[in-house]
Design a protein around this ligand. Structure first.
Ligand code: ADP
Length: 332
């Protein structure tokens, strides 16, 4: 027991102490933590961690490890880290992002509807030039709204507050409607989308439709964004016995090999992507990964620089209710 731990357990004056004393002090400080059970759990993965536990107005991280590196001796190690400061900062930052994002949402929606009225001629007829400029302002404003929504969602994911509503729905229809919606964007960029490899019929699958729509949209939109003109995109949907597999292939710019490990991290944008598309937040794939994992699925990608990429995910068609995850899963 080191000086810091002695201070923490207020045992500086104690010169002789036994393991049982320490365990008693530990149980008093961290009520509800079963030391024996925690060490049992640590056997499987070498250590067992309680990532966040409150005690006497402080926040701690506790790790349990068994060390068997000497012949007949076994050591048990309890590692306690005071993470109060970083957690308070994280909570404050998260509150700040949430307040700013909420405050920005209302005026941005106001601007959206005013620009829409101008575009549809409700406030008088515009010349073609005026229409084109107002149209650009409308698109930029829309991008800002979706960025704010992404920031709010990331905040909810990180703090475990993103709520899910699972229902049985037709996934095939969902993919088709996303492609239909993205067609004007693809046409504008002279990129073709084909969706021929799909099952003729697909039984309803148990998902949160709004969240999964965001994932499908993000993957196809990225393929359009990061593909040069005249490019082509293939969307594939395959039904397996217990899962469905979805893939979007493009022949676009690809991801530089050295940067590939960062692809699903928050705010990551590859150097070549920033060059061709100044617009982008690097939040879409982070959000998509979290959504797929909450659906008990896996997401991945393969990419060759300058040749193209394919992003894919696989999710179970049905999964048991009441499974605990990082996020709140609410099923209807
Ligand atoms: P954004 O597109 O807003 O930057 P994303 O999280 O959707 O955010 O994507 C993160 C980064 O991953 C992109 O900036 C780009 O560098 C890379 N990326 C995603 N999809 C593709 C793709 N189809 N081809 C090449 N790079 C991609």
């Amino acid at each position: 027991i080191n000086p810091f731990a002695k201070r923490m357990f207020k045992m500086l004056t104690l010169s002789n102490f036994y393991t049982n004393d320490i365990l008693k002090l530990f149980s008093d400080k961290f009520t509800g933590v079963d030391v024996k059970a925690s060490f049992e759990k640590s056997k499987e993965t070498n250590f067992y961690e309680i990532p966040e536990i409150d005690s006497e107005n402080k926040i701690y991280k506790v790790k349990f490890t068994l060390i068997n590196n000497e012949k007949d001796k076994k050591y048990s190690l309890i590692w306690i880290e005071d993470i109060t400061e970083s957690k308070i900062l994280e909570r404050k930052k998260s509150e700040f992002v949430s307040v700013v994002a909420h405050q920005l949402r209302t005026p941005l929606s106001g601007i959206k509807w005013t620009l829409k009225m101008l575009l549809t001629g409700d406030l008088g007829v515009l010349t073609d030039d005026q229409k084109s400029f107002v149209g650009k302002a409308y698109d930029s404003n829309d991008r800002m709204i979706s960025l704010i929504n992404d920031m709010l969602n990331v905040d909810r994911i990180v703090s475990g507050r993103l709520q899910y509503f699972f229902v049985n729905i037709q996934f095939l229809d969902l993919v088709e409607s996303v492609i239909y919606e993205l067609m004007p964007f693809a046409n504008k960029r002279k990129v073709t989308i084909s969706f021929k490899e799909k099952p003729a019929i697909l039984a309803p699958i148990f998902i949160d439709p709004e969240k999964m729509r965001a994932v499908v949209q993000n993957l196809i939109e990225n393929a359009i964004k990061y593909t040069k003109a005249e490019g082509s995109i293939r969307v594939i949907l395959t039904e397996k016995s217990d899962t469905i597999y979805f893939e979007v292939q493009d022949n676009g710019i690809g991801v530089p090999p050295a940067e590939q490990t960062n692809i699903f991290t928050r705010f990551f944008r590859s150097t070549n992507a920033v060059r061709v598309q100044t617009d982008g937040s690097g939040l879409g794939l982070f959000i998509s990964k979290s959504i797929i994992e909450t659906h008990h699925g896996t997401i991945g990608f393969k990419s060759e620089l300058g040749k193209g990429s394919s992003f894919y995910f696989e999710i179970p068609k049905q999964f048991k209710n009441n499974v605990t995850t990082n996020n709140n899963v609410v099923s209807k």
